[in-house]
Ligand binder design. Sequence first.
Ligand code: MTE
Length: 368
Amino acid sequence: MPLCTCTDAGSITVAEDPACTRPGAAQLVPIDTEPVVGETPIAALRSWLTPTPLFYVRNHYSVPKIDPADWSLSISGAVSNPTEIPYSDLLRLPKKTLPAMLECAGNNRSDLEPGVPGNPFEDGAVSNAIWAGAPLKPFLQQAGFTPDAVEVLFEGADRGEPAPGRPVVPYQRSLPLQVALHPDTLLVYEMNGETLTPDHGFPVRLIVPRWYGMASVKWLTSIRVLQKSFVGFFQTERYVMEDEAGIDQQISWMAVKSFVNWPEHGTSLPVGRPVAVSGMAWSGAGPVRRVDVSLDGGETWQDAHLDESALGYSWQQWHVDWTPPAPGHYTIVARAADDSGNLQPLETRWNRLGYCVNGSKPVCVTAE
Ligand code: MTE
């Protein structure tokens, strides 16, 4: 085979993308500006992949400015070999690429009645991206965690008062040791094929597939192996949900859930013209097995077609072919079931902080 000897190919020039500067270009639905909190707009919830600028953002504090040349990740605590990992070393290791969705535990909070405090998220605190980085497991193994290790604590570079008048603390969350050691728990430095952006945790964040987003600590600076359970604001005062007995339990896996992303609520459809009623479904407990869809407000149900199987930890696309038969009002409802036997409830169990809202949300349309 002849070897290419070409030397004058020149460098690739990338034309400025007019869509980036175009007024009115799609952007996040703002919830707060400082710290930044924004939802993915409904139109982007129709795509399997969420473009990075439209991936929801949930920051508790201001975005820290980090120079990767000065950044390193420390691993300490109950380990025999405490370690520091510079950014450049992390980038040189074998890279693992994974599609994974994230859902904020407060997604759909504004659907609860009576209302609860917290960011009034509607449907868009959920997105799907392709992440790349290095698995955490070999680092923990190299550091040599002690036999009495139970949890691993992750700390971000962002800090502030977690609630008015409370002492300043960094964003910190812990994981059970076996979750930290899962081969797909990643130290991520790329999102959708590009360097992580500041809002999403540059230079390095954790991605914990299947767990609500709070576990995926951004702007990661330190990892500490613990011999007892971590007690901290974002572990025991937030991201907890009272059980039937009224006792707070820490939340972890995303609850089984689906939503209808087409047609939109309030759409008018032509009678006799086929439409693909479609949506997304997911569960932190395992793959989605089935999505039941009702076109008559829950009177009758049919199995949705599950489109290509969900890759990695991404969401499952589904659809039902439907031709509105006669003029009138139709209420579309979807409910998902996962492989572990969990069924999405028709109504969410109300809780005071507004987490894990996964009740089926009806979409009303008219046919004319
Ligand atoms: N990590 C740090 N350091 N600080 C934060 O405020 N927010 C968490 C998590 N990791 C947070 C964090 C929450 S509540 C969610 S839902 C996800 O990040 C959101 O990730 P995203 O902003 O990239 O969508």
